[in-house]
Design a protein. Structure first.
Length: 269
């Protein structure tokens, strides 16, 4: 699918304060169609605050948030969702005991009939779930099986397919591989790349794993204490350099210099 150079999302100098605490300061971010933007950082770096602003959970206090080059200030996730900005959190918002197709349409059920005769259109939802999963290359043996019986990776890709089916243009993935093994992580990463490449989705991939990020990312941002430590396209970056910034960047170099240049401890006679 051809990519558009016009950004779907742009953040310009965005900041967020909680009282006297600066959770984010001066964050710039651009999300384009068909690209995977990876946001990395340790715990407390500001990743959760940033994606909450993008997804409409919190409003920013400083800077500009542009969607389709128009300034926005969301007051709820529904406002962001109406513009095609969808978040898939680690909890996935799936009900383990309900079948796959039922989870796919959870909260957006298709009904037929009118008034007191309205009822769920089971066949239409079942067929739509199967078609969407197959379009993304996801093959499940039985859509009637409880979603809780799927592997962690399968649940993630079902949630991704659901978001795309309901019109996501920007897909925010919050640590989708955090609790998965190697094989299941590979499954999720494959569909992350496919969502961008084949579906033309702008993907924001939140992770603390530089190896996973480097497998699928087109652009990389590393946050540290609410500020951007690194902002670079894939062409200007190596995995080692990304890991260096994840480990602390210039602060780590300063510490290394101090430790290696420190005078030997005095000995006691």
């Amino acid at each position: 699918m051809a990519r558009s150079e016009t950004p779907i999302i742009q953040l310009k100098g965005v900041g967020k304060n909680y009282g006297n605490v600066n959770a984010l300061r001066g964050v710039n971010l651009t999300v384009r169609q068909g690209e995977v933007t990876c946001i990395l950082g340790d715990n407390g770096a500001g990743k959760s605050t940033l994606i909450s602003i993008i997804a409409g959970l919190f409003a920013h206090d400083e800077g500009e948030y542009l969607v389709d080059e128009k300034a926005r200030r969301f007051s709820s996730p529904r406002e962001a969702l109406n513009l095609g900005i969808a978040a898939v959190y680690q909890t996935l918002a799936l009900v383990p005991l309900l079948p796959v197709w039922r989870n796919f349409f959870l909260g957006s059920e298709i009904v037929r009939g009118w008034g007191p005769f309205r009822q769920l259109d089971t066949r239409k939802m079942w067929d739509a779930t199967q078609d969407e999963l197959q379009r993304m290359g996801i093959n499940l043996e039985d859509l009637e099986q409880p979603v809780g019986t799927l592997s962690g990776g399968q649940r993630q890709v079902v949630a991704i397919a659901r978001a795309i089916h309901f019109g996501a243009r920007v897909l925010i993935l919050d640590e989708p591989t955090a609790a998965l093994g190697v094989a299941q992580s590979g499954l999720v990463l494959r569909y992350v790349a496919q969502a961008a490449r084949d579906q033309g989705i702008g993907v924001i991939f939140i992770t603390h794993n530089p190896h996973h990020a480097f497998l699928v990312g087109d652009h990389f941002i590393v946050l540290s204490r609410g500020e951007v430590e690194l902002d670079a396209p894939r062409a200007d970056l190596t995995l080692d350099n990304l890991m260096f910034h994840m480990a602390g960047g210039t602060g780590l170099s300063t510490l290394e210099h101090e430790l290696h240049s420190a005078p030997p401890a005095a000995t006691v006679a």
